[in-house]
Design a protein around this ligand. Structure first.
Ligand SMILES: [Zn+2]
Length: 527
């Protein structure tokens, strides 16, 4: 690659990203995201479209009062409407009201859109681009010009397509950004057209791609390799339809693989990704490159063995470079390397090839055969290890539990109730408690808590965060079984436990007991 200008990152999570299905931010959320993006080192933050909704107007008002480390905030809008003077276009005037140093305007490139959507002549469209860019520039703004549908248009009418970006550039746009708005272009074309566009206007261009073909990042990369100096995209790839170019993937690629210095501390990438997901209230994608929880998770026994010896053998980059971490999961593929690593992490190292390892391995495989899964039930796995290695004292011995569901009258109309009773031996004392609840598991949980709390006060602080039931097919082709997975928290830590049985109540009981057992273990058996 020839010597080039520094590449800048332009984030549009708060504008294009919010067009994504299920993505919505309050004004406060938008400010918090913008702060994080600024801290992370993003150069430009597109905050919204002040002409389109009051929320964005409020956002820009708040933005103007804040100071930013390095990010420039951009307002986004469209070229003036056809057949009117630019200074009379309210939408364009709103862009000045936002008082940002940068304004990004999108304009039509594709003759199909100019004629069919705008209903104006090709000449008038060029005038709309020229007028709008020149007007904003004359009002002291740095103007970026987004060439909508650039690549679709380029395929059909190269001459007119280049004429539109020349209009923007000649009118004073400091950067022209080529957009793959429909996300259907291939990297080969994007690279070639990007080089051609830069030559046509005599200046480097930027890239804005969508991910409809799964190529948002690949196309941005092709554009950069062809000389583009600005990459536009969103955190976690939020955006219309399937989303925009995912900056969470693109930025580490540019920085780690192409050696282009973009941000000072890429190690905060994973944190940024999860923060934005949390604010948008969307589940994290576990398989997201670089930042997903599975991105550096090793499951196969052979891989684990190799990773332990030499991390590079099964990892394309060091997870710490992007702030992620290596996870080794327990699975039916696991060999003794997994067990050894887990045991060591838990503070009781066992020797490779020792009878203990074989014993644990055999038991894990047996349980997995029955339907247990320990990948997200780390607490149950730790307890299993402790039981097998002989240094675990259970919370109690079960004498009996009992559960009853009564419904009177017709379904839905009359009362129903669940009651449960437990009889446990806790430190040689026989404890008998009852509980009630909306459902049988609820009732059983209430009785169990009542019995345990006097001896293990920590139980009172445990809350169930999630309760998942899965019907699984017996691996021997026998009857279906139930697997219950419980996620618990004490407000600080979170832990997962698992239970499996033919009976949903018994499966739930196992997971509940493990959860309290683990809580007491963490609290150092406060009895
Ligand atoms: Zn877009």
């Amino acid at each position: 690659m020839p010597a080039r200008q520094k590449i800048t990152i332009y984030d549009t999570t708060l504008r294009d990203g919010t067009q994504g299905t299920g993505i919505s931010f309050s004004v406060q959320d938008k400010l918090r995201v913008a702060e994080r993006l600024d801290e992370f080192g993003i150069h430009y933050i597109e905050g919204g479209w002040p002409g389109s909704n009051p929320k964005d107007v409020a956002f820009f008002e708040a933005v103007a009062k804040k100071s930013w480390r390095q990010a420039k905030i951009a307002a986004f809008g469209m070229t003036r409407r056809g057949g009117m003077k630019v200074e009379e276009d309210a939408q364009v005037r709103q862009l000045l009201v936002a008082e940002t140093s940068v304004v990004t305007v999108v304009g039509k490139t594709w003759p199909l859109h100019v004629r069919e959507v705008f209903g104006v002549s090709l000449e008038e469209n060029l005038a709309m681009i020229r007028d709008t860019v020149a007007y904003l520039k004359a009002n002291g703004r740095e103007v970026f010009y987004d060439a909508e549908h650039f690549f679709d248009s380029y395929r059909e009418d190269e001459e007119y397509t280049l004429a539109t970006i020349r209009a923007a550039s000649d009118a004073g746009a400091s950067l022209v950004i080529l957009c793959d708005t429909n996300g259907g272009s291939l990297p080969g074309l994007v690279g070639a057209a990007t080089a051609k566009a830069a030559t046509a206007i005599g200046a480097p261009v930027g890239t804005h791609t969508h991910d409809d073909s799964g190529l948002g990042v690949a196309n941005a990369l092709a554009a950069v390799e062809a000389g583009a100096i600005q990459v536009q995209g969103t955190v976690n790839g939020y955006g219309e339809r399937v989303g925009n170019c995912n900056l969470t993937t693109l930025v580490p690629l540019l920085q780690l693989k192409l050696g282009l210095p973009l941000v000072a501390d890429l190690g905060r990438l994973t944190e940024l990704s999860r923060f934005v997901d949390e604010l948008a209230n969307v589940p994290q994608s576990i398989r997201a490159p670089f930042v997903g929880r599975a991105a550096f998770t090793h499951k196969g026994g052979l891989h684990v063995h190799a990773v332990q010896k030499l991390a590079r053998s099964y990892e394309h980059v060091d997870p710490s470079l992007v702030g992620n971490e290596r996870v080794v999961t327990i699975s039916d593929l696991s060999g003794q390397s997994n067990i050894l690593m887990k045991a060591e992490a838990m503070g009781f190292p066992i020797a490779k090839g020792s009878p203990e390892v074989a014993k644990v391995l055999q038991e894990v495989k047996r349980l997995e055969h029955e339907g247990y899964e320990f990948e997200s039930a780390e607490a149950s796995f730790e307890l299993l290890l402790r039981r097998l290695l002989g240094n675990h004292r259970p919370l109690f011995e079960l004498e009996e539990y009992h559960c009853e569901f009564v419904r009177a009258g017709k379904a839905g109309s009359d009362w129903n109730k669940c009651v449960a009773a437990v009889k446990l031996r806790i430190q040689d004392e026989l404890v008998h408690r009852e509980g009630s609840g909306d459902g049988p598991v609820n009732a059983l949980d209430a009785a169990l808590r009542a019995a345990l709390e006097p001896s293990y006060p920590v139980v009172a602080s445990v809350r169930l965060d999630d309760y998942k039931v899965r019907i699984i097919n017996g691996r021997l082709g026998t009857a279906a079984r139930t697997r219950v997975f419980i996620l618990s928290t004490d407000g600080r830590a979170q832990w997962g436990t698992v239970g499996v049985s033919d009976n949903i109540i018994e499966a739930s009981w196992q997971a509940l007991v493990d959860s309290y057992d683990y809580a007491a273990l963490q609290a150092g058996r406060e009895s």
